[in-house]
Design a protein around this ligand. Sequence first.
Ligand SMILES: *Cc1c(COP(=O)(O)O)cnc(C)c1O
Length: 407
Amino acid sequence: MINSDQQVSDKHRIKCSTAQLPIRLLLGPGPSNLHPRVNQQLITPMIGYTDVNYFKVMDETMELMRYLFQTDNHFTIPISGAGTAAMECCVSNLIEPEDVVVCLVAGYFSDRIHQQAVRYGSKIQRIEKKWGQYFSLEEIKEQLEKHRPKLLTMVFGETSTGIKQPMQGVGELCHQYDCLLMVDTVAALGGVPFFVDQWKVDACYTGGQKCLSGPPGISPLTFSPRACKKIAERKTPIANWYLDATLLAGYWCPEYNFATSQITSPQPLRRYHHTTPANLIYALRESILLVSEEGIENTWNRHRSAAHQLYQGLARIGLEPLISELNDKNDLGGRLYSLTTVKVPEGIDAKLFMKSLLDKHNIEIAGGIGELAGKIWRVGLMGFNANNSNVTLLLSTLEETLKDFKK
Ligand SMILES: *Cc1c(COP(=O)(O)O)cnc(C)c1O
C-alpha cells in the first residue's frame, strides 16, 4: 500500500467462469443471430473518431442507411444506443412542451412511445385500441381532425402483437393536417417493405439486432426536411443533450442546415459530440451492405417466403396464429412477416414449453408480454435467420415438443 490509510477491499474481486456460452438459434423478437460477416466486424481494430478513414466509414454507413430507409433524407444517422434511444431521439427532438401530440397505442412499444412523450410534452393524447388491432385511416383522420396535433406517433411492426400497421394514405393525411408523422420500424425494417419517402414519413428508426442481423446498441434513424425544420424552429431547448439532433449533426453531417435543408460546401469540420461505438458502426455498415448486395426486394421476399412456410407448417401441426388477417400488399395492414404470434394451445404451459425448446434444442422463441402473457408465443424470422431451413428445423422441433407435452 503506497502512503495510504485506505484499505483495498477484495470483496467483489471475483474470477469469471471460462465456460463457453451456448450457441442458440435466436427465433424470438430480437436479438437475432449475427451474420458471420457482421460478427467479424466486431473484432476489427479500433480507430480514432477523427480519423479520415473513420469519416469514410461514417459516410458509407449514412448512405447505406438511406437505401435501407428508402429515403433521400440527408439527416440519416445511427444513434449510439438501443432502438429505445432512437425512439427517444424522435420524441425529445420533435415534441415541445406545449405541442399537441397524438400517440396511437395498441401494444407494448407504442405504449413506450407514449411513456416517453409525456416526459417531454404536457398535451399528449393517448389513443388506445385493443392489443392485436391496428388503426384504420378513418380512425386516424378522426383523431387528426379532433386534436389537430403537431405530431402523430405509431408503430409499424408491433412486436408484442405481431401486427403490421397499414400505411396507405397515412402520410398524405398527416401532410394535409400539417402534422409530422413518426413511425417505429424496429422489428420490421429490412425484413418488411417500408418506404420512408414514398409514404411521407417524417421520423423513422430501427434497431441493429432485429431484421438486420446486427448487434444491439446501434440504431439507424432518419428525419425528413419537415422534421428538421420543426427542430430548427423550436422555441424551447431540446431537453435531452445526448440525443439532441442538432448537436449530433455537428459530428455526423455538419454541412446540413436544419432550417433550409441546404448543404453547405465544402463540408465544415466534424465536431466531437460523443465517442461513437466504432465496432458497432462497422457491424451496422456490414449488415446493411449485406441487404444491399442481396437487393432489398430480395431480402423482403426471403422474409416473406420464410413467414409463409411458417404459416403453412403451423397449420399442419395444429397451431394457430393470433393475427388472422393476412395481407400481402406493402401498405396494407395485417400479419407481420418478421414476427409471428402463435396462440398457445389449451393445457400447455407456455413457459415450460419454451424452456424445453431452449434446453433440448438451443432454440429461443419468446412468450407473450403484457395482456398476452401466457397466451401466445412470439416467433421471429429476422435478417440472416429468415430462411427456409431454419423454419423446417423450428417446425419439426415444435411438432416433437408438442407431442411430448401432450403425453
Ligand atoms: C425491439 C423493439 C424496440 C426497442 O428496441 P431496443 O433495442 O430493445 O431498445 C422498439 N420498438 C419495437 C417495435 C421493437 O420491436
